[in-house]
Design a protein around this ligand. Sequence first.
Ligand SMILES: Nc1ncnc2c1ncn2[C@@H]1O[C@H](COP(=O)(O)OP(=O)(O)O)[C@@H](O)[C@H]1O
Ligand SMILES: [Mg+2]
Length: 348
Amino acid sequence: MVYSARSIALLLAVSIAGVTALFLSLINSVAPSALLVASLVSFSVSYLLTYVVLEFLIFRGINKIDKMMGKLMKKELKGIAKEKTTSLNPFEKLNQEIATFALLQQKEIDELKKLEAFRKEFIADVSHELKTPIFAAQGFVHTLIDGAVNDKNVRTKFLKKAAKSLDGLDSLVQDLLTLSQIETGDIKMKFVQTDLVKLCEEVIDQFEEKAEQKKIALSLKPARQSKVYVLADELRISQVMTNLISNAIKYTPEGGSVSVSFDVGKKNVTTFVTDTGEGIPSQHLHRIFERFYRVDKSRSREKGGTGLGLAIVKHILEGHNSKAEVHSEEGKGSEFSFKLSRAKEDED
Ligand SMILES: Nc1ncnc2c1ncn2[C@@H]1O[C@H](COP(=O)(O)OP(=O)(O)O)[C@@H](O)[C@H]1O
Ligand SMILES: [Mg+2]
């Protein structure tokens, strides 16, 4: 059945003419010619009237709404599966479209509510994280002002402690800035052919002293002279390696070892940062890439951690269409890894 103004008007007009003729034929005195005329007149009048009312008042309006809904949905639902209705009934079609549209609006509202909750939580977290080092530094400075400044031994100790808190504050603000720059897209990733071995070598060199202090064997496998080319933002991947190696050293007790190694495949290169440290309990593993999430808050802070290192790693790797993987066993050690696309090599 085709739902158009014409067909409905035709159907109605035929029925009205039929009923009129039937009624008139019951009256004996009505001549057949009059019957015909009456049927014709009632047919044409009712056809015209129904057609005009349906076409101009209802169908055109519905079609306009339908078209507008179609446009709205196309704009709003890009990428989202649309339920295409096969019904020819414009009312049913419209109904379904409105329902789908409403559903999508609801989804969007839910998404916005989630974002809002996330924003509130983030502000609360940042304020808390800022408060801790400020509060500590403030305490030491006030104690000094209140008289401790005259005691030579205490003076240096307190000043050092205040300086340590301020250093922590500085790292926190630096990490927050980095995160926000990556998120707002202020810093676009610049993908260039990068020698991953050389990059890791340079990062490792920066940590040599720290590793030595903790008697941790820090090594790069394979031999230093080999080259592994990837397509990456050099500076950002350096930051990823810095954060991963710094964590590995931080969370590995004295005498342990930290190593960087590669698995070179046809299309990708996987980089591993492996340590023999304290490991991460399995119930925490899925959360460590969240901002400010630490297995042990106070211990991380004491070691100069901001809780943002792995969140930054996650963001940078997302910018490289990659993600960090982690395997860890409590008490035995952890292994962080990520994949990067290989780049064509100019030289051997
Ligand atoms: N190599 C590792 N070994 C053990 N625990 C780790 C390691 N790397 C990260 N973690 C855990 O994940 C948490 C989040 O890491 P990160 O985001 O770098 O913050 P933090 O500033 O605390 O280092 C750390 O607090 C620590 O509990
Ligand atoms: Mg860290």
